[in-house]
Ligand binder design. Sequence first.
Ligand SMILES: [Zn+2]
Length: 187
Amino acid sequence: MIRAKLIAAALAAKIPTAAVDPTAQAYDSLDAASQAFFSQLDHSSGNEYAGALFRDADGKYRYSIPMNGKSDKFSMQIQKNPNAIFSGIMHTHPGQEDSSQYFSANDVDTAKTLKVPSYVWFEKSNQERKYIPGQTSASPIADHLSWGVVSRGDPVSDLAKALIAARQPNSIQPPVSQPPLDIGEGK
Ligand SMILES: [Zn+2]
């Protein structure tokens, strides 16, 4: 299976390639594509996952294969492809500690540098939030100045949570035989 090979190659690579998931559907919005990405991950694994979002020639959005994030400094390669324009980044925060409930200073910096929205799934609160450069507020926190400029992020609808609850959380394989997900604009 092509998807399995792409995931294996990403696992083996020093800097994994964020290849478009060949099984990913096309979604009307970045939010919707990010929700679909997070909904197919194994949230009970304790692993940190990362991925990228792409816009195709039709203006629809697709997600990459999931890659194992190792820390908030995780690196990935993006292939230049006119049919898959790099449009967003995603990762999970498995940490239970207070600092993990924010977009870290590095998360904020990375989104600003790449000029794309950043989506984080917070495992502790079972919630997805997004940081959009120039739009979402980010600031130091009085009691935790050492964290730097961090952000709570803005809410993304809880639909992904419902998607996760509706399926077996023991695999990163997407529900291949399921009908198209009607997740609308994701707002
Ligand atoms: Zn992060």
